[in-house]
Ligand binder design. Structure first.
Ligand code: XIL
Length: 386
């Protein structure tokens, strides 16, 4: 679709969404300029730092219209992973609809939910997320088809190589086919690499050999030729041994005709530090001819929360988004949740927390304004996205 009509369509969807969704939430008062500097003060409206976007192309958002109203007309995805809080907490639901133009179900598309017992497919939970996204004009990113976390029946040692290969084929194809045309992109293979930068020693590698990766992508492509197919991993944000390995893997597989369309960078930022080589790394992957996406962004901090940490966190959010905005191959920035009240970090990293742009009470944090102001600045002056 030509860029102009794509933009027009996005704008229509945004308008409709802004019209139906209007929720007041509390606001933070620290603002981030495009260069990452932080200013105290400000109000709940769009930043006065950002030049006003041209109304005909990127209309000025109102505070109630959310990040998506800025992102969508300018051609970038801004997403969040959602969990079942969506079905019990009206505020969560409203913020999710208002702020994001794409969503990733956080857990319900994983193997243990989709196929808890051999051949017993359970698509109901995923259907509910897809319905939510469709009601709200959001794209769905599917996470994930092939990973090492699988129910015990999958790893049953008595199964032959051919049987396990058939188990994998059926799982990938049934799942992708179920949402054909409705789930726009998939993390086909998640976390294929180990910390030693070699292929991770999982049931798939042990039983099927390295070809499981190529097979999974080919099966997914067959099941939905229009879905955008990603390989996704963590600790690959900078240029390092692991990202080098992934780079070579993607290059080799694509040279063999394996349909890998994109590389997902989870970007669970640790120690409040993003590698210096982050931008250059994204660029080298883009230069392979694939899309790149930030798929699971969060920036955890040691507790307690302090203003200084919030500001440092905000600068990292801004930097990640800016890197994506500047790279035409970069599809989207998706966060792994959106409110500190419901983040996996609270469970998995004791002593650390507050990783997301909304706090526990859905108030916008400096990180939110960092994203907002970065998008507003891009809307005002990005030749790249127009
Ligand atoms: C996490 C979820 O957020 C948790 O709720 C769940 O208990 C475990 O998985 N990388 C991934 C995600 O690819 O699937 C993980 O999600 C976070 C790390």
């Amino acid at each position: 679709m030509p860029a102009a009509s794509r933009r027009a369509m996005w704008w229509l969807v945004s308008l409709a969404t802004a019209a139906v969704v209007a929720v007041a939430v509390g606001v933070a008062v620290t603002r981030i300029a495009d260069d990452g500097t932080v200013r105290a003060g400000g109000d709940s409206g769009p930043s006065s730092m950002a030049p006003a976007p041209s109304p005909s192309v990127c209309p000025a958002p109102t505070p109630a219209s959310g990040l998506r109203a800025l992102a969508t007309p300018c051609g970038i995805g801004v997403g969040a992973a959602l969990n079942d809080t969506l079905f019990s907490d009206q505020t969560y639901r409203e913020v999710a609809a208002r702020e994001f133009n794409r969503i990733t179900p956080e857990s319900v598309l994983k193997w243990s939910t989709i196929e808890p017992r051999p051949g017993e497919f359970n698509f109901g939970p995923g259907d509910a997320y897809v319905a939510f996204a469709e009601e709200n004009g959001q794209r769905v990113h599917g996470h994930t088809l092939v990973w090492h976390y699988v129910p015990q029946w999958v790893t049953d040692a008595s199964r032959s190589r051919d049987e396990l290969r058939e188990v994998l084929r059926r799982h990938v194809q049934r799942t992708v086919a179920h949402w054909r045309g409705r789930i726009a992109s998939w993390d086909v293979v998640n976390e294929p690499l180990g910390d030693d930068a070699d292929l991770y020693d999982n049931v798939w590698l042990r039983t099927l050999g390295p070809d499981y990766i190529a097979d999974a992508f080919r099966w997914a492509r067959e099941a939905d030729p229009d879905a955008v197919l990603f390989i996704n991993d963590f600790d690959i944000e900078g240029i390092n041994a692991k990202s080098d390995r992934l780079y070579h893997l993607v290059r080799t597989l694509r040279a063999q005709g394996v349909p890998i369309d994109g590389v997902g960078f989870q970007t669970h930022v640790a120690k409040m530090t993003l590698p210096d080589t982050f931008e250059a790394n994204l660029r080298r992957f883009a230069d392979l001819g694939v899309r790149v996406a930030i798929t699971e962004l969060d920036v955890r901090m040691p507790l307690p929360v302090t203003q200084q940490r919030l500001e440092r966190q905000a600068a990292i959010y801004a930097r990640v988004l800016r890197a994506c905005l500047r790279l035409p191959a970069c599809d989207a920035v998706t966060m792994w949740g959106f409110t500190d009240a419901h983040s996996w970090i609270n469970r998995e990293f004791p002593g650390q927390g507050a990783p997301l742009p909304f706090d526990d009470a859905y108030r916008r944090k400096p990180a939110y304004w960092a994203l907002h102001d970065t998008l507003a600045a891009a809307a005002a002056d990005t030749p790249r996205r127009r």
